[in-house]
Design a protein around this ligand. Sequence first.
Ligand code: NDP
Ligand code: NHF
Length: 325
Amino acid sequence: MNDSNGIRWGIIGCGLIAPKFHRSLLNTGEGRVVAAASKSMRRARRLGDKTGIPHLYDSYSRMLEEEDLDAVYIATTHNVHADHALLCLERGIPVLVEKPLTHHASDAERLIRTARARKVFAMEAMWTRFNPSSIRLQQVLADGVIGEVQHMKAEFCVRMPLLAPKMMPWNRMYSPRLAGGALLDLGVYLVAYARMIFGRDPETVESSITPAWTGVDKTTAARFRYPDGAVAEWRCSFREARPRDVVLTGTRGTIHVSLFTGADQFTISRDGEEDSVIHCEKSGFEHEIREVHRDLREGRTESERMPLQESLEIARTMGRVRSSA
Ligand SMILES: NC(=O)C1=CN([C@@H]2O[C@H](COP(=O)(O)OP(=O)(O)OC[C@H]3O[C@@H](n4cnc5c(N)ncnc54)[C@H](OP(=O)(O)O)[C@@H]3O)[C@@H](O)[C@H]2O)C=CC1
Ligand SMILES: O=C1CO[C@H](CO)[C@@H](O)[C@@H]1O
């Protein structure tokens, strides 16, 4: 499936995140990006100049036809993730699809049906789940260090200007056409986090949404209730620069986790004890990329840590957040 230089990746979508994926892949030492495609040759060349990716295309399909790729990283806007993943899956090419897997749950169903029918690997790039700190946190929770988790409070805020970046006609973040908005861009991490912590879908969903003038949400807040009485409350926003934290409260203590900045550690607090800081290996895309490589080498068509069914449930829960506001 790969040559002596490792797994051969292609990239669809030559925007901001593409060079980070390229760099992280090189850091794994397990593969390289051999081709990248954009709707615009100018954007493809700009990425090529930055990264040295050898083959650049202004057509996604032409790249898929002409290149011998082991996997494709889908890094386009949320509205077209499903279409671009399907372009690959229908040709039998595995995909790592940037979050959120799709805009609507119905598109996720379509994508998953095709991946399963063709027996081709597909995964949502929920990279935070593969960070060593997330894996360690799950072990700590499973060991009952803070007892049963009763409450999750999470915020992910990133201040986003409404101005269009130079190369784009309109900033994707605020565009309804491109499936922008804080929920799809940031809130998806928190919905996925709640799914990881509580291991199931919420029984009830309450939400409130503050729209930007463009129509997409600039802030979304929600409360999830679970059948055993546990509650997850979270908020995501393009209006504020911070916070980006999670606090888990269990029957025997609390855990503070930083999302993104400082995500390499978490702090456990228990009554009558000194706080203990658990330090973990550095976070980054490298962990999810290595996991994809392992899955591909071992012939799996889904990730055990980020299965497609879970991505579908996350997409459905985001639909419930939108409809309950
Ligand atoms: N994991 C992480 O930490 C991050 C993940 N992401 C995710 O990665 C994906 C891409 O994000 P990012 O790179 O920031 O996005 P960009 O705004 O940089 O755009 C990515 C690509 O989408 C297409 N696109 C963007 N704007 C427009 C437009 N106005 N009209 C038509 N096409 C457009 C272009 O594709 P083309 O070049 O093919 O024409 C562009 O290269 C998203 O799913 C996002 O959520 C983003 C940032 C961080
Ligand atoms: O996934 C993401 C992580 O954080 C970014 C901001 O810093 C977001 O915009 C992005 O889509």
